[in-house]
Design a protein around this ligand. Structure first.
Ligand code: PLP
Length: 476
């Protein structure tokens, strides 16, 4: 990638030697990737992300087939770049049907036979789920789709590098991939479009990507994606070790409390993912604890942080809102060691054993007018600037920059009760946990944040906001 930025600066569309070198990098990358996926190189199209590929494929099939056919069938646990595109097409007249899934997210095969009919233009079924890791039997669903003369699309983002992806054997018409999910760069994706299928260009205005996606190519990202593919094809043999570690992690966590459960099936799942529901424990606080120790885990998908919506994947497999908010996703890599896993388990068991680890959780109903006049409470607002523009902060609060909250520690009074507030109750636990571990005796955070308070008690929010707000500044 560095070489591309430094040496291959020439635009691949031009007609001189340096430009030919740039073109060659793109075509070599296309060959490397197509070989790995067992398809022809003219079936691989570079895009800016898998989200872009998903949008392009789904919207193009709709443009091609609607109104002759109206139905699109999909699993309900697809990535938002699929689900939200489908919901958009519903507003344009498409009939969107979701297939039933079981508690691990496996699609009900009988339901698929019922719902995929001759009015179906497209079936969307991801190869592996990004939150729970479940691998679908894509061949089975592709066969049903093709029997009904529907196209079949598989979002393969999470499967690439983790399981064998042989697109010829999968018999898919369309597939999508993302660079950063295999250790490559961000901002580069692939759309696989089976040869012989014509769909409308994604971006008009140039000949790039065979006239389908106008715009000068991101050569360094394409080269980086290709390099990542080369590396992963050598490293695939380590996946079974990762899977053993993942299974050990699940087993050990479930031993901590009999109410905890795994949403990831140990068989038929990608080896690196474990989704665990810690019944009774808010995932945002578990995340905060891990973050304090430099361990990075996720709650559901990285989306929906503005409104603290429970994950649609976890809801679809039958979890309640509360169980979804008790769920944490662990992602391993082939570099994760046994020692790493032991550390994670140790941190968790300390966390559940030691009540002094605790930060207090305030629900919106526990907030009242007194908090703005109580001299013992120090209100710390960690929202982002754009959120502050849309909603004034709590009167008497102190604003800091969330991303550098550690630097503000010296400005926080150590003898007061600190109440941390954010937009939706997702970022505040991270700050609250940090303050507690650094020695502040009583720290709380507002669950669901100002967004939650606005929803439950807008009148109160109006009465307690907008006055005497201090922006804290750190002198470097
Ligand atoms: N599809 C799945 C299953 C994913 O996990 C992701 C990323 O998290 C995407 C699509 C979107 O990929 P990108 O970030 O390249 O848009």
């Amino acid at each position: 990638m560095k070489n591309c930025l430094k040496k291959n600066f020439a635009n691949p569309s031009s007609l001189y030697k340096n430009a030919f070198d740039s073109s060659l990098i793109i075509e070599n990358a296309r060959n490397t990737i197509s070989k790995e996926l067992n398809v022809q190189s003219n079936e691989i199209f570079f895009t800016g992300s898998a989200s872009e590929s998903n949008n392009w494929i789904i919207k193009s099939v709709f443009e091609k087939e609607f109104p002759n056919k109206k139905r699109i069938a999909s699993s309900p646990i697809e990535h938002p770049a699929v689900i939200e595109t489908l919901e958009y097409l519903r507003t344009k007249g498409a009939e969107i049907v979701y297939l039933n899934v079981d508690k691990f997210g496996f699609i009900d095969k009988e339901d698929a036979k019922q719902k995929i009919n001759n009015d179906t233009m497209l079936v969307c079924c991801m190869i592996a789920n990004n939150e729970i890791g479940t691998i679908q039997d894509v061949n089975y669903f592709a066969e049903i789709a093709h029997k009904e003369k529907a196209f079949f699309f598989s979002d393969c983002v999470q499967g690439f590098g983790k399981i064998n992806i042989n697109l010829k054997e999968f018999n898919v018409d369309f597939a999508s991939f993302s660079g950063h999910k295999i250790g490559g760069p961000k901002g580069i994706g692939i759309a696989y479009i089976k040869s012989g299928i014509n769909i409308n260009p994604l971006i008009h205005g140039g000949h790039q990507e065979n006239g389908n996606r106008a715009g000068t190519e991101s050569i360094h990202n394409i080269a980086g994606f290709s390099k990542a593919v080369e590396i992963l094809s050598k490293e695939k043999q380590n996946n079974s070790q990762t899977e053993d570690l993942r299974n050990f992690l699940i087993d050990e966590i479930l031993k901590l409390n009999k109410e905890f459960f795994s949403n990831t099936p140990k068989k038929q799942s990608i080896p690196n993912t474990a989704s665990i529901t810690f019944s009774g424990y808010l995932n945002s606080v578990i995340l905060a604890m891990f973050d304090f120790y430099g361990i990075s885990v996720s709650a559901g998908s990285a989306c929906n942080t503005q409104e603290n919506k429970p994950s649609h994947v976890l809801k679809s497999i039958g979890l309640t809102d509360e169980q979804a908010r008790n769920t944490v996703r662990f992602s391993l890599s082939n570099n994760t060691s046994f020692k790493d896993i032991k550390t994670v388990i140790k941190k968790l068991s300390n966390y559940f054993d030691d009540k002094s680890e605790g930060i207090l959780l305030l629900s919106p109903s526990e907030i009242n007018e007194n908090i703005i006049v109580d001299p013992d409470i120090f209100i710390l607002d960690v929202r982002f600037e754009n959120e502050r523009k849309n909603q004034a902060g709590i009167s008497g609060s102190h604003e800091i920059v969330f991303f550098s909250f550690r630097k503000f520690f010296k400005l926080i009074p150590k003898n007061k009760k600190v109440l941390v507030i954010c937009q939706a109750g997702i970022n505040s636990p991270i700050v609250a946990y940090y303050l507690r571990k650094k020695g502040i005796k009583q720290v709380s955070f507002l669950m669901t944040g100002l967004w939650g308070l606005k929803k439950t008690n807008p009148g109160l929010l109006e009465r307690i906001t907008g006055k005497n707000i201090t922006k804290l500044v750190i002198s470097e």
